[in-house]
Design a protein around this ligand. Structure first.
Ligand SMILES: Nc1nc2c(ncn2[C@@H]2O[C@H](COP(=O)(O)OP(=O)(O)O)[C@@H](O)[C@H]2O)c(=O)[nH]1
Ligand SMILES: [Mg+2]
Length: 391
């Protein structure tokens, strides 16, 4: 928890055919022996992730993938995994064996990068083995993982591509002015991790401080007293969705209120789709299927939010016998057609690209997708109040 969270690191994926030298190049770029290199095709069987500081860029996750031309049953699964990695890749490096040149598979991959608007660079590797000089255009570099030729240039190009992506996104800072006061309500119940705050809470505090505003953190029972003694009204109260009922009652109507998960829905570009999906939620019918998806794989507690509370609240809300399925972690079903609605967690463990990908998959299949925080606020009848602050 002392490190930059994975979800906000730039994800750099290395793709390409088997034996192009992906693992060798990952090792050369990171300066570490992370991935096994060998002349045996298909040596890298699972994606390898490394969180690190990559100069001149900063905190990144470098991901080595299996070859995109792997064969057989297992091979197909590996190719599938490599493609899954693409869904969270911010900058892609396509490694091509300079001696062999680009193949149809490489061209296919470039087409996918373009379709997904993933910035990419083609690294022609094994430059040491080519006798005739290769000319490269501005989307390509010539490198040798073996001799180190071109590796620094590659890093700089990756950094440049990542910077074109970099728009300064704020969780809440854009709503604040210097000197503002924000009250955060964070219940500490059985499900809270030992000895620390959860990631969205930490990130929100950091964002408030960056805006030169002040954060006051209270538990739900301490809110009323804190508001009475602050001396001035806070700009905003941000609560954990689970404490909405009490917090909404204890926060005077003149003070804007929202939740961590609504803020993160907005951060992930997820808010307007969620607000749209409210209508579908209200019109769920007996027997229809709903998918509840979580990004993390936390230990399930009794009365767990995703598997117990939300199904209960939804059933009570619509008074219908709705059927629920659950998925967590990296898994997200490709085929969503049987679902009437997807209910997704705030996704604090997933990066923006992955969240956007999930939203796009869902909407492309005509399945509305709603975020936990929006759903809970709606069911509690305070959704309008909770989005007022966004104007
Ligand atoms: N000569 C030369 N060989 C390389 C270079 N990069 C990788 N190789 C060799 O190519 C083979 C495949 O490398 P590997 O990194 O495992 O490829 P991957 O399957 O794409 O991950 C290994 O035998 C490496 O030693 C390079 O720049 N020059
Ligand atoms: Mg490999």
């Amino acid at each position: 928890m002392n490190e930059t969270p994975t979800s906000i690191r730039t994800h750099i994926g290395f793709f390409g055919r088997r034996n192009a030298g992906k693992s060798s190049l990952v090792n050369a770029v990171t300066g570490q022996n992370l991935s096994i290199v060998s002349e045996v095709k298909g040596t890298t069987t699972d994606p390898v992730n490394k969180a690190m500081e990559l100069l001149p860029l900063g905190p990144v996750v470098v991901i080595d993938t299996p070859g995109i031309d792997d064969q057989g049953d297992l091979g197909e699964q590996r190719v599938f995994k490599a493609k899954q990695i693409l869904n969270k890749t911010d900058v892609a490096v396509l490694v091509v064996d300079a001696v062999e040149g680009k193949t149809a598979e490489d061209e296919d991959l470039i087409a996918v990068f373009r379709r997904k608007q993933t910035p990419f660079i083609v690294a022609y590797n094994k430059a040491d083995l080519t006798d005739s000089p290769i000319t490269v255009d501005e989307t390509e570099v010539l490198v040798s993982a073996l001799t180190g030729q071109g590796v620094n240039a590659l890093k700089e190009r990756i950094a440049a591509l990542a910077c074109t992506q970099e728009t300064k996104l704020q969780i809440v800072g854009d709503l604040l002015q210097s000197g503002d006061l924000v009250v955060l309500v964070t219940p500490i119940d059985k499900a809270a991790p030992k000895g620390r705050l959860i990631l969205p809470q930490q990130q929100t505090i950091r964002d408030i401080l960056e805006a030169d505003a002040a954060a006051i953190v209270v538990k739900e029972h301490g809110l009323r007293d804190a508001l009475a003694h602050l001396g001035k009204n806070p700009r905003l109260v941000i609560t954990d969705s689970q404490a909405f009922a009490q917090v909404s009652a204890d926060t005077p109507r003149s003070i804007p209120l929202t939740s961590f998960s609504i803020l993160f829905a907005r951060l992930n570009g997820f808010l307007s789709a969620s607000l749209e999906a409210v209508k579908t939620l209200d019109s769920l019918e007996d027997g229809c299927e709903v998918l509840i998806a979580e990004g993390c794989t936390h230990h399930r507690q009794c009365d767990d939010i995703g598997t117990v509370k939300i199904p209960r609240w939804v059933r009570n809300h619509v008074n219908k016998d709705v059927k629920f399925s659950f998925t967590c972690g990296r898994d997200f079903p490709l085929d969503l057609s049987r679902y009437r609605l997807v209910i997704h967690c705030g996704g604090c463990m997933l990066n923006r690209r992955e969240m956007r990908h999930r939203q796009e998959c869902s909407l492309a299949q005509g399945v509305p997708i709603i975020n936990y925080g929006v759903l809970i606020a709606h069911i509690q009848g305070i959704l309008e109040r909770c989005v007022e602050v966004f104007g």
